[in-house]
Design a protein around this ligand. Structure first.
Ligand SMILES: NC(=O)c1ccc[n+]([C@@H]2O[C@H](COP(=O)([O-])OP(=O)(O)OC[C@H]3O[C@@H](n4cnc5c(N)ncnc54)[C@H](O)[C@@H]3O)[C@@H](O)[C@H]2O)c1
Length: 369
């Protein structure tokens, strides 16, 4: 495959690892990366080792203080980040941080920017694919960021690792806009949704009717906890007592208290994960037949349960069976999000180069019905 240049929006827990994993994939050259505070662009290829070393233990993952991005205006690139609205700094609340500048600007390749995403849009003609590793505290943040790329004349691949079902509809609503722009948008392409959605779509091929898809994940995040506070916060939003707004407004201390209350192990049931709508739109089964749950242990690296996908259905010759797919317990969340995300990115580039534009989910890139 010809060389692919790509940009990463968001250099938090996921974005940093995406840059690292890209070094193990053929033909991928990271040429731009940004976070809320700054941007690094180098068309000879970013020095990933330098960027990772400079941002080690120094990521910017506080939620935004306000909700101005939900006002319907253009998403703002730069907003004041506070610690869950409490006004405490990350250092005060115990988040690892070093150096004068936090986040990507700690890298010698990056510089502060008032409009980091806009700078990447402005270079869009030299970027084949854009991976959005951005938070999801406003459901329309990723769709509106995509609008900005379309309006800025971008024609390439955009790919996200978002989790929430309702965002897929917002992206589908933009299908015509993407087709006109020449954008191939791959949505929900991390682990779940993403890798596990793809596994379910493949397992479903044995059946003529799929009655039930059950996804149950296990994540052990002791050593990865500092880097993945953004993901943990978003996971807490899936607990029945919280939603995306209340989780965004929690201070780090409140999050620690929730974790303490659960002795470090939080169990989730019936999560709003987009595996359901992504399987339905690919014709695999009805969204209501898909359930997603999981267990997160932030005090152990060992997974609290084996991540398992069970697809139950009826074969053409009348048998009922369950096909099961399991992840190896040694595979980390970061490996299971970023390997697939970059793999789907490459699949998206093939489609884009063949002139196929619009919105695709992970199951659309696998055998179909
Ligand atoms: N599908 C999956 O399996 C899966 C798994 C884990 C995480 N995720 C998702 O990945 C996303 C990223 O997670 P994370 O842990 O890396 O979060 P994080 O909080 O660590 O990082 C977010 C990054 O986005 C940047 N950012 C925020 N607002 C920005 C703006 N306006 N302009 C530019 N950059 C901005 C931040 O500065 C930070 O670098 C989350 O939405 C999470 O739900 C998906």
């Amino acid at each position: 495959m010809d060389e692919i240049t790509f940009a990463v929006l968001g250099t938090g827990g996921i974005g940093r690892r995406a840059l690292e994993v890209s070094q193990h994939k053929d033909a991928l050259t990271p040429v731009a990366a940004c976070d809320r505070h700054g941007v690094a662009v180098d068309f000879d290829g970013l020095d990933v080792d330098e960027l990772l070393a400079a941002t080690e233990g120094n990521i910017d993952s506080e939620p935004r203080s306000g909700s101005e991005e939900s006002s319907g205006d253009e998403p703002r690139d730069n907003e004041v980040a506070t610690d869950g609205g409490t006004g405490t700094t990350a250092a005060e609340s115990g988040v690892k941080q070093h150096g004068e500048q936090k986040g990507v600007v700690a890298s010698s390749q990056a510089r502060p920017s008032e409009g980091p995403i806009q700078e990447i849009i402005d270079h869009g003609d030299r970027i084949d694919a854009v991976l959005l590793a951005l938070p999801n505290y406003e459901h329309d943040f990723i769709p509106r960021t995509a609008d900005r790329f379309a309006e800025g004349g971008y024609a390439g691949v955009m790919i996200d690792v978002l989790k929430r079902s309702r965002v897929i509809d917002m992206l589908d609503d933009r299908s015509d806009e993407f087709e006109e722009s020449g954008i191939t948008f791959i949505c929900g392409a991390g682990a779940t949704p993403g890798l596990l959605t793809g596994a379910a779509a493949l397992a479903a091929q044995s059946f003529v009717e799929v009655t039930d898809v059950d996804i149950h994940w296990g994540v052990g995040l002791k050593s990865g906890y500092e880097d993945n506070r953004g993901t943990v916060r978003e996971d807490i939003a899936h607990l029945p007592e919280y939603d995306i707004e209340t989780a965004r407004d929690l201070s780090d201390a409140e999050i620690e208290a929730i974790i303490d209350d659960h002795d470090g192990v939080i169990e989730f049931e019936d999560m709003e994960h987009a595996d359901d709508v992504l399987l339905e739109r690919a014709g695999v089964c009805d969204a209501e037949d898909v359930t997603v749950g999981g267990i997160l242990d932030v005090r152990n690296d060992e997974k609290p349960t084996t991540t398992t996908v069970r697809v139950t259905g009826r074969t053409f010759d009348g048998e009922t069976a369950t096909n099961t797919f399991q992840l190896g317990d040694e595979t980390s969340m970061e490996a299971n999000v970023n390997g697939p995300a970059l793999g789907y990115l490459k699949a998206g580039v093939r489609r884009n180069r063949a002139g196929e534009y619009g919105v695709f989910g992970p199951a659309d890139l696998l055998p179909g019905f």
